[in-house]
Design a protein around this ligand. Structure first.
Ligand SMILES: Cc1cc2nc3c(=O)[nH]c(=O)nc-3n(C[C@H](O)[C@H](O)[C@H](O)COP(=O)(O)O)c2cc1C
Length: 183
């Protein structure tokens, strides 16, 4: 297999070499105004305590809200929601929520909303932040999780088919994680 040089700039990757799960980060500001934003640079970083991270931008509403309230929701996006979620960044704030048609509900443990249309949610308390190159990384401790009951009623790989999670590959493109192979 002959290899050739490939760009180190992620923006030039086609194909993408590190696809990330598409989620909606849900937050609110100190006056309880809600916000949602798609993110795909998302990763677990610790089992004990359970901590995840996402990479964002310091001045964006999501990150400003998290710094103000100390919490955020991670809502897993499925393929049926993909186009709505990809397009939602054409608008900001309340207008984004309204135009997307996504419904927000209260979370169980955090003072931030969850996106009811999503099939699974993680409720996070802000652990720490760090500027890493151009990325503002937010670490959140997962303090509650919930999932669509029907997913747990399915068996084995059927659960992944129902979760139907997607990953971001390139602008305007996603891949579904619903074909699971046992080794
Ligand atoms: C599918 C998708 C994935 C995205 N992933 C990220 C990401 O991982 N990190 C990031 O900073 N922005 C990401 N963005 C861009 C933000 O969602 C966008 O900058 C948004 O306007 C931020 O909203 P806010 O200012 O309300 O927080 C993504 C956008 C889309 C459509």
């Amino acid at each position: 297999m002959k290899k050739v040089a490939y760009p180190i700039d992620k923006r030039q990757w086609c194909p993408s070499l590190i696809p990330g799960p598409v989620v909606l980060i849900s937050t609110c500001d100190s006056e309880k105004n809600p916000n949602i934003a798609p993110k795909s640079w998302v990763q677990m970083v610790s089992f004990e305590p359970p901590i995840l991270m996402f990479s964002g931008a310091k001045g964006n509403t999501t990150e400003v809200n998290i710094m103000a309230t100390g919490c955020f929701g991670v809502n897993l996006v499925d393929s049926s929601m993909a186009s709505r979620v990809y397009r939602c960044t054409e608008h900001f704030g309340q207008e984004r929520i309204e135009k997307s048609g996504l419904r927000l509900v209260e979370a169980s443990r955090i003072d931030a909303p969850l996106v009811d249309d999503c099939r699974a949610h993680l409720e996070c308390r802000l652990h720490s932040t760090g500027q890493v190159g151009s990325g503002f990384v937010v670490f959140g401790e997962i303090i509650a999780a919930s999932i669509w009951q029907e997913i747990l009623a399915a068996r084995g790989v059927g659960r992944y088919e129902l979760l139907d999670q997607i990953v971001f590959v390139e602008n305007g493109m996603f891949a579904s994680i619903n074909k699971i192979t046992r080794i």
